[in-house]
Design a protein around this ligand. Structure first.
Ligand code: SF4
Length: 355
């Protein structure tokens, strides 16, 4: 079935299509210097058992989106518009009590730094067992056994003994595993992982990714994986959403986005990382300039001050007119370049990096 959704300037968004459905999400912070629109018209769907990779630089809106899904924004300083529907339940209008019930039970989050999620005062086992008791009503003994099981599942050796340890007795990689055990103890249907492997060395990073894939197979969990690293996306994601300046600029399957990018920003991200399977001697070319200020964002296409192709679009459209994101069957990019221009302009890049 062909589904078409549009971002800003489009007719009313389509109805929920996935297990998680986000429609025209707008998140605005009130700051001393004025309103900051951190997320501006974001729409996407996520199905059970699939992993959506959200990629972008700092300040692109990827983490704000996910904190908003979890209801972890500050209600006094944040205005939210749009729809977030999880399995038929609208989350933007949910009460704090309803969100609290949802978090840790149906929805869980893994953070970059396990020390922000783990308390230094309680044993690892207790910290995994407590949310399980709270959400399932299990006895203390059953919850402890469950915690030991979860530690075994995430690959902690001697889980019975290690469950009694405190976070400082675990290595960085083991703490990350413990946090994953804590996040998954109630079999959440949606897991949000925010740069969970950034601070780890490559070997542990690869182990954690394999672990997430195994656990997803076992539990059918839908995963949102937030990262700035396209290499990580290549490893774990099924679908990819590229964010820039609070907006989605490109989306598609992993293969579509990484093999045939349709947006100059995605192309720039790919150019600034080593080729996935091409020649090793291709020089890296970082994107010039810095991410936009959301307090005073560039007009038109927010990427235009950094885009090497902006002068290929006639009539100053790039600085004057916001490109719409038109999505057909999950694939789309928000750019004024025509398909013919993209084919021509992007082909040198593709040739150099694929073979
Ligand atoms: Fe570049 Fe213009 Fe496309 Fe924006 S709309 S990405 S500035 S070519």
């Amino acid at each position: 079935m062909t589904t078409v959704t549009k971002a800003e300037g489009a007719p009313a968004p389509t109805g929920p299509d996935g297990f998680l459905s986000v429609r025209d999400l707008q998140v605005t912070f009130s700051t001393e210097d004025g309103p900051v629109k951190a997320v501006d018209g974001l729409s996407f769907d996520l199905h059970r058992g699939r992993t959506l990779g959200i990629v972008g630089e700092s300040g692109s809106g990827k983490s704000v989106t996910n904190l908003t899904i979890l209801g972890l924004h500050d209600p006094l300083f944040t205005t939210i518009d749009g729809e977030i529907v999880l399995d038929g339940k609208e989350l933007i209008t949910a009460t704090e009590k309803e969100m609290e019930k949802l978090r840790g039970n149906r929805v869980a989050m893994i953070f970059q730094d396990p020390l922000t999620a783990l308390s230094p005062f309680y044993s690892i086992g207790r910290q995994i067992a407590e949310p399980y008791m709270k959400h399932t009503g299990a006895s203390k003994k059953a919850a402890w056994e469950r915690a030991v099981d979860m530690l075994a599942k995430v690959g902690i050796p001697n889980p019975k003994e290690r469950a009694r340890d405190y976070p400082h007795q675990f290595s960085g990689g083991m703490r990350q595993r413990a946090m994953i055990a804590m996040a998954l103890v109630c079999d959440p249907e949606l897991l949000i992982a925010d740069e969970p492997t950034t601070a780890l060395d490559v070997t542990v990073q690869a182990q954690i990714m394999d672990l997430l894939k195994d656990l997803q197979q076992e539990f059918g969990t839908a995963i949102i994986f937030i990262t700035h690293d396209l290499g990580v996306i290549a490893d774990i994601a099924d679908d990819v959403l590229v964010m820039y300046g609070g907006r989605c600029v490109e989306r598609g399957t992993k293969k579509e986005v990484l093999r045939a990018p349709q947006h100059p920003y995605t192309l720039g991200l790919l150019g600034s990382m080593p080729s996935l399977d091409g020649p090793v001697d291709v020089p890296l070319s970082p994107i010039p300039g810095s991410p936009p200020s959301l307090l005073n964002p560039p007009s038109g296409c927010r990427f235009h001050p950094r885009c090497t192709f902006a002068d290929k679009v006639a009539g100053n459209r790039c600085s004057g007119e916001r490109p719409l994101l038109e999505v057909v069957d999950g694939r789309g990019a928000a750019c004024h370049l025509t398909p013919e221009q993209k084919r021509e302009l992007f082909s040198d890049y593709a040739a150099a990096r694929t073979h």
